[in-house]
Design a protein around this ligand. Sequence first.
Ligand SMILES: Nc1ncnc2c1ncn2[C@@H]1O[C@H](COP(=O)(O)OP(=O)(O)O)[C@@H](O)[C@H]1O
Ligand SMILES: [Mg+2]
Length: 369
Amino acid sequence: MPLAPQHLPRLALNGISYRYGEIPAVSALSLAIARGECVTLLGPSGSGKSTALAMAAGFLRPVSGDIRIDGRPIMRTPPHRRDIGVVFQDAQLLPHLTVAENVAFPLRMRNRGRAEREKAVREMLTLTRLAAYAARYPHELSGGQAQRVALARALVFAPRIVLLDEPFGALDRQLREEMQIELRALQRRLGVAMLHVTHDQDEAMVLSDRIAVIEDGSLRQIGTPAELYDTPADAFVARFLGENNRLPGRVESIDEDDMATVSLAGGARIEAQAMGVGPGHRCIVAVRPERIALAAVSAEEMGDGAFAAVLREVGFRGTHLRLVLDFAGQTLVVRRPAAAPMAGLHPGAEVAIAWQPHHARAFRPEAGE
Ligand SMILES: Nc1ncnc2c1ncn2[C@@H]1O[C@H](COP(=O)(O)OP(=O)(O)O)[C@@H](O)[C@H]1O
Ligand SMILES: [Mg+2]
């Protein structure tokens, strides 16, 4: 039985691909965004994020695949009729129109009456905290204000979905963080679906219900920020989201619970969750810095499964300490709360470290590793 419209994804990208000449930019990308959901496409520069967004917006035509809004194919629908709001890194405001006129622009294009336009613009300017700037021209706005106008303009006609391509990329860090929180609150309040792209993992975490990690035009993993952070599916996702230790080694054996015994390059033997690796395979073991326990004692004193390491650097980071260690010929980073006792933790100190086996994941090395 076909799904009722309210259960269909608001936006569905079904195996869409794009090539610039012979060069593949996006390969068979599938992604579904529910009503009211914010999904971020996260990937490094050049991974195909903007190309994917441009296909959803209708600026580029996929070479294969299909795009639907509420179950309806829209590939033949031109951009301005897709009922999509779009925001780019550069606000792209019309310079000769005031803030209010810029925000009213999409309503004029849709032939909405004057009273309706004025009401919608007034409400949207209030929501985006721009009411005091209604009569200003774009050149009289700061970068953050201009981006809020672009956002208001993308939302004012109550589109089915809003697409944002690195919307805060040109703003300084503090303003970017404020705008992320503001946008998330606005998105929740309006209940609008959003597809947002960024290379900034922190921005992805703040803004998203789910994050889709993309590399070289292919989707690597999609899930909630916590799922991606705690249970990355491959070495790329483990490296790209948050800081991670990466210890090269070789899988010796795997037990029936998918727990691998790995000989690390430096000689130590550890247990780690097997992630698509088999006996004899080279692997990369990933362990988060905050999952590693550390004490200024010997490995014997710390107990079973503990290893000896030497502290090389103690970095103060405000909320936490970032400790860099030499561990069996590898560099290992450990993070601990700055408020935790520090006795004996100085460069050169011999320490013991340990972690729970299920917090370590053994991945296939990335291409070229
Ligand atoms: N107009 C273009 N002509 C040729 N290649 C392009 C063009 N735009 C993007 N590319 C290439 O396509 C790939 C994906 O680009 P893009 O979608 O802009 O990535 P992102 O937004 O993730 O940085 C990159 O390798 C890029 O160099
Ligand atoms: Mg881009």
